[in-house]
Design a protein around this ligand. Structure first.
Ligand SMILES: C[S@@+](CC[C@H](N)C(=O)[O-])C[C@H]1O[C@@H](n2cnc3c(N)ncnc32)[C@H](O)[C@@H]1O
Length: 138
């Protein structure tokens, strides 16, 4: 979605601007909070690390969990339809792991063309895929 159209929907009250909150949240981000996010992924996914795995973060918001997954060794692909959230996530990458392969972009899970462009789960190889999503096996 273009930033102009997004802002119009926010101004009309049709959309909540998550990105605005995430930006101020980032000012309070500490290593301890990143570690807590990392631990919560370890518990939820029942994995000690995500080495060799792809982590797709749909609606990545601030990018905190994407950062945590990066630290756990995953190849991370984040997207959010809110341009400000995308900027926050890019900022996180720049601050904490500028050299990583972490991909960040603007996109909506409700846009069929966009979702198709991401590829297929379960390792199907398609000509339009950007990468192969591998289901997590711990
Ligand atoms: C509650 S926040 C969660 C952020 C993050 N995943 C986390 O757990 O901290 C929801 C996020 O989803 C995004 N979002 C909502 N609808 C979306 C859509 N259709 N496609 C992509 N992102 C969307 C919002 O912009 C927001 O950043």
């Amino acid at each position: 979605m273009e930033e102009k159209a997004f802002n119009h929907q926010v101004n009309k009250g049709d959309r909540f601007e998550f990105g605005k909150n995430w930006k101020s949240y980032l000012n309070t981000l500490t290593d301890e909070k990143i570690e807590i996010a990392k631990q919560s992924l370890i518990e939820m996914l029942e994995c000690e690390d995500l080495a060799g795995k792809t982590f797709l973060d749909v609606g990545s918001g601030s990018g905190l969990f994407s950062l945590a997954a990066t630290r756990l060794g995953a190849f991370v692909y984040s997207f959010d339809f809110d341009p400000k959230s995308v900027k926050c996530t890019e900022f996180l990458k720049e601050q904490y792991c500028p050299q990583s392969e972490w991909i960040i972009e603007e996109g909506s899970i409700l846009k069929k063309e966009y979702v198709y462009s991401l590829g297929k789960f379960l390792g199907g190889i398609t000509p339009y895929r950007k990468f192969e999503l591998r289901p997590g096996e711990c």
